[in-house]
Ligand binder design. Structure first.
Ligand SMILES: C[S@@+](CC[C@H](N)C(=O)[O-])C[C@H]1O[C@@H](n2cnc3c(N)ncnc32)[C@H](O)[C@@H]1O
Length: 210
């Protein structure tokens, strides 16, 4: 999500002093369960403005929820929402998720959520897709043995790319091409709401590490 620079963001983040923001995530490598005091760790990569990450943390208080977002304007909005919520089973990292294996020990994460990830349609940019092998190989390291990746997208090309790329390495547990018309317990993200309002189909897949 490319946002126009918001004038308040630089100062807000510079002065931000609340335990929701983890400024040096590698300090917690191997210790996220004790940091969040939870046995199950969910990570959302590319939280945008943070609604999904925060609402899931409220809905599922027995899990720890870690949001990762590289875009500082979005991250600042997510943090503004987080600091007024009286919950402590969540934390947030502002950085590029390509560093994820620097922050998490092998098999430390239970579930990775990828919601409406940037589609990067041009071939030369495919390596930036969050389901490119460059990312999938690091997820494989940091996810526990039966850990899952859950993806939602409106983008058919990205969805097909992801299904094809994962098919030999991961078990496909479920797939929907019409998740918008299914009764479910999942939180609807900001982008998802926009696409549903536009009448676009929502694709969803769940893969499990073999
Ligand atoms: C299209 S937005 C979707 C936001 C939100 N998940 C939703 O569904 O409303 C994708 C977000 O992923 C973030 N993102 C993309 N690649 C990332 C990466 N490698 N590391 C961290 N965040 C990333 C972008 O900055 C952007 O905010």
């Amino acid at each position: 999500m490319r946002m126009r620079n918001k004038p308040w963001v630089a100062k807000y983040l510079e002065e931000f002093d609340h335990d929701v923001l983890i400024k040096e995530p590698s300090v917690y490598k191997g210790k996220w369960r004790s940091r969040l005091n939870k046995d199950i760790i969910h990570v959302e990569i590319g939280t945008g403005k943070g609604d999904y990450w925060l609402r899931m943390a409220k809905l599922y208080p027995n899990y720890g929820w870690i949001g990762i977002e590289k875009e500082r304007n979005c991250a600042a909005i997510a943090l503004k929402k987080a600091v007024v919520e009286p919950i402590d089973n969540r934390c947030f990292i502002i950085a590029d998720a390509s560093m994820i294996s620097e922050w998490f020990a092998d098999k430390e994460i239970d579930v990775i959520h990828l919601n409406f990830s940037d589609p990067w349609p041009k071939k030369r940019n495919h390596k930036k897709r969050l389901t490119h092998d460059l990312f999938i190989e690091t997820y494989d390291k940091v996810l526990k043995n039966d850990g899952q990746i859950i993806m939602k997208t409106d983008n058919q090309q990205l969805f097909e790319f992801s299904l094809l790329n994962m098919q030999d390495k991961w078990r496909l547990n479920s797939v929907f091409v019409n998740f918008d018309s299914v009764v479910h317990q999942d939180v609807v993200t900001e982008y998802e709401k926009k696409f549903i309002d536009e009448g676009k189909p929502i694709y969803r897949a769940v893969w499990q590490k073999r």
